[in-house]
Design a protein around this ligand. Structure first.
Ligand code: MSP
Length: 506
């Protein structure tokens, strides 16, 4: 199967922070899981470089917009390997291929009689790059702001409009027939009731600044940044060349986005696509927002979390694990040093690390480091193998629905069962009474360690590889095929090393 996963493209108005890292790592986890399933994966990320917000930031830095975005996009490009993410393409919306693709999409909409010229008069938030109705705003100190506190300004200009209102019923039909195309369920319900509340035609061009993709045949207008931005998902796989191999293989995509930009992805984007005669996305998953020690993350509060700082302090896999274990994917979460330390210590050091460490060092000390496949399985062995089967099934089911936290929890439950098995089978006692059985126990639990490391590989790839190295296990052999069968070969163990050092809680 082919699988196409995308992050939102990030505004190049500032440096990346933990929110950007979160979405990118989420997609990396889902991409790696799909590769383990044997799927052919295309993972896209990039930068959103047009619009008033970016132009204003460039002016504030005394740089020309293009010089400014060339400089800022590098920070996003460099962050990807630092986050341990393996992408297939990085798109910048100022690239020629993208300007061509978004103009083609525009022309297609025009050809299908979906665009008309009129005048826009209303509220606009540069911070959100969004138009607002007065009833969506509140007044603070006599000034209108959006629900999330973004300032708005009154805009009056000639503008092209997209006939969004014509798509209301078709969108409702589509979502009612495809209830899993927006997840989590609460977000699906929100989107559906927003659409049912009525859709107005959407202003899709601006004339009061010019940092954007020129509207074909009317260069007085630049495209509204969101129509340009959303089109990136098509550009990267070859649009407008719909015979392109990647386009044929990978569209439609799975989009992972933050809850703040769900409306653009789940209402405007599908309407543009339907209007252009293009298939709708396979799924749109909206995740929640992180706060820092209980407070909203914002530049003005000075509490922005720099992904470099936090990863340098705790370790890459530790942070990847924390972000996706701590909070149900889809919910909001709170970033706190105490919570990070507790998670790493409880789940990685005490549960998984402890199992790996005690089994590998015991086997090296007492069994010449070679484990042969067990021949006679006891009820206890079979019971643990059944747990492996159940937990693997759960894990796949959760991963397929992007419930990453629940998938991780299933693996941790398997590891706990492995620890209990070791405690009750007590290989240190068997060493004196029944060496053959001791070896069988070590072999069975080593299987559990290897399988757990593979299941956690999408989340903690470096640590999983280190663990598999201790057991000389080459993951390339195993793409979840016959996953719950015991490994039918000798397992050699060397160089046990602690993988997850405990974090000292202060
Ligand atoms: N450029 C648009 C997306 C266009 S996609 C066609 C954009 N960019 S952004 O840089 O502002 O935000 C990108 C992503 O970061 C969004 O999904 C947003 O939800 C996420 N986050 C920003 N701050 C966040 C947190 N504090 N917590 C979690 N994610 C957050 O929107």
């Amino acid at each position: 199967m082919n699988f196409y996963i995308t992050t939102p493209i990030y505004y190049t108005n500032d440096i990346p922070h933990i929110g950007h890292a979160y979405t990118t790592i989420a997609c990396d986890i889902i991409a790696r899981y799909n590769k383990l399933l044997g799927n052919n994966v295309f993972f896209l990320t990039g930068t959103d470089e047009h619009g008033q917000k970016v132009e204003k930031a460039a002016i504030n830095s005394n740089l020309k917009p293009k010089e400014f975005v060339d400089k800022l996009s590098v920070n996003f490009i460099n962050l990807i390997p630092f986050l341990g993410c393996e992408i297939d393409d990085f798109i910048r919306t100022t690239e020629e291929r993208h300007i061509k693709a978004s103009q083609e999409l525009w022309k297609q909409l025009e050809k299908n009689n979906q665009i008309y010229l009129s005048n826009y008069e209303g509220w606009y938030s540069v911070r959100d790059e969004a138009f607002y109705l007065e009833n969506e705003l509140k007044k603070i100190d006599g000034k209108y702001v959006t629900d999330n506190g973004s300032p708005v300004e009154w805009v009056k200009e000639e503008s092209y409009f997209f006939k969004l209102s014509e798509w209301q019923d078709k969108l409702i039909d589509f979502y009612e027939n495809n209830p899993e195309s927006i997840l989590p369920k609460t977000r699906y319900n929100e989107v559906l009731s927003f659409i049912k509340g009525g859709l107005k035609d959407l202003s899709i061009s601006r004339t009061t600044f010019n940092w954007g993709v020129p509207v074909p045949n009317n260069s007085k207008h630049v495209m509204y940044v969101w129509i340009d931005a959303l089109c990136n998902y098509l550009t990267a796989i070859g649009y407008p060349d719909t015979n392109n191999n990647n386009y044929k293989k990978f569209w439609p995509a799975t989009h992972i986005v933050g809850k703040d930009i769900l409306r653009f992805h789940a209402v405007y984007w599908p309407a543009f696509l339907m209007a252009a005669g293009i298939e709708l996305p396979k799924r749109i998953f909206a995740h929640g927002w992180w706060t820092n020690e209980g407070k909203k993350i914002s530049k003005s509060l000075g509490n922005v979390i720099d992904p470099y700082d936090i990863i340098n302090e705790y370790g890459l896999d530790q942070i990847r694990f924390f972000l996706f274990r701590e909070v149900p994917f889809g919910n909001d979460g709170d970033f706190s040093k105490k919570a990070i330390a507790n998670r790493i210590n409880a789940d990685l050091s005490n549960n998984f690390g402890n199992l790996v460490q005690r089994i590998s060092s015991f086997a090296v000390k007492n069994n010449d480091s070679i484990l042969k496949p067990a021949e006679n399985l006891t009820n206890e062995d079979q019971n643990l193998i059944n747990i492996l089967q159940n937990k693997f099934d759960e894990y796949c089911k959760f991963m397929n629905d992007q419930q990453i936290d629940r998938a991780i929890k299933s693996v941790l439950e398997l590891i706990s069962a492995g620890n209990v098995y070791v405690d009750t089978q007590a290989p240190w006692t068997l060493k004196k009474t029944n060496k053959i059985r001791m070896e069988e126990v070590l072999y069975i639990v080593t299987n559990i360690i290897i399988k757990s490391a593979i299941m956690l590989y999408p989340i903690i790839p470096t640590s999983s590889k280190k663990i598999l190295n201790i057991f000389n296990y080459n993951m390339d052999n195993n793409k979840f095929e016959n996953f719950t069968k015991l490994i039918n070969q000798n397992i050699k163990i060397d160089n046990p090393e602690p993988i997850f050092p405990r974090i000292l809680n202060d």
